[in-house]
Design a protein around this ligand. Sequence first.
Ligand code: CIZ
Ligand code: SF4
Length: 354
Amino acid sequence: SDPDLVARAQAAKAALGDKVFVLGHHYQRDEVIQFADVTGDSFKLARDAAARPEAEYIVFCGVHFMAESADILTGPDQQVILPDLAAGCSMADMARLTQVEMAWEAMAEAGIAASVVPVTYMNSSADIKAFCGRNGGVVCTSSNAETALTWAFEQHGPDTKVLFLPDQHLGRNTAVLQMGYSLDDCVVWDPHRPHGGLTDEQLRDAKMILWKGHCSVHGRFSPEVVDALRAEIPDINILVHPECRHEVVLKADLVGSTEFIIKTIEAAPAGSAWAIGTELNLVKRLAAAHPDKRIVFLDKTVCYCSTMNRIDLPHFVWAMESLVAGTVVNRIEVDPDTERWALLALERMLALPG
Ligand code: CIZ
Ligand code: SF4
């Protein structure tokens, strides 16, 4: 990266001292991650931010929904800054509040809304988390999805159904591979079709109503590349994130969150071979940090997460130098009503066992 910009970022960080806390998501660019005080997945980062009440400014190097979660979990005097407001998440954008409210109404008309518990993945906007809070639901992450779903299915006895937002793959993989539900127990609600593309009967028969959302990075890995890699490198271990398609996860050796992926690679013996199906910035960093292991990206045709990559060194320097000059740019602030209900859904998650 540009040495001049590196020096400017260092100077701004030194000038701000403890007033600023820089969070770096695992999928961020190296040029940005070098300035992070902590790295993590979205949930760990939100909790790390909450544990730093003395930091006036939280500079969140990640995407919009993560900065919202950090704002919800931090104190009212702490300001959360997203260096580029265009750093959204295509998955989170696939579930809009008005669409979810329409689906909820259709479920009420089908006579099932009273037994549906909405569960949203962390990768969703604050107003979707608030919808879950208002309607007896909960937030989950890729590490606690099974625990959250187990809790949800206990809410209304044996008739309970779950509306899982917004990632159909995490919902399906968790229900089918970890909890013993069948693919027939799952239906997909498509917000772009009338009545979700489902009949009332299909809604009534389903256990899991999966929102038709997916990650534009993880959703691109295919089962064919797994077969091709196994043919090429016979002793390869396939390690993927549960946002991958069901057919890919079925063919993998191990599946888990980014934190799980990192721990697995750290614990792997020297000389072992791994193909990793998650975001490319993280896979490259793992390969560089573990030269004694053979680490390849699961599919060379899959690209970086384009919105994660929007946070680059120029945007970071701009946000930091603005703070030095006394100007807060790109503040992410969730409105109080949304915050209250989203916090309830997050607190229900934090109260889950384990
Ligand atoms: O796919 C993502 O963006 C992930 C895994 C986010 C996170 O850290 O929860
Ligand atoms: Fe969203 Fe996927 Fe990018 Fe994560 S990797 S921010 S889920 S588009």
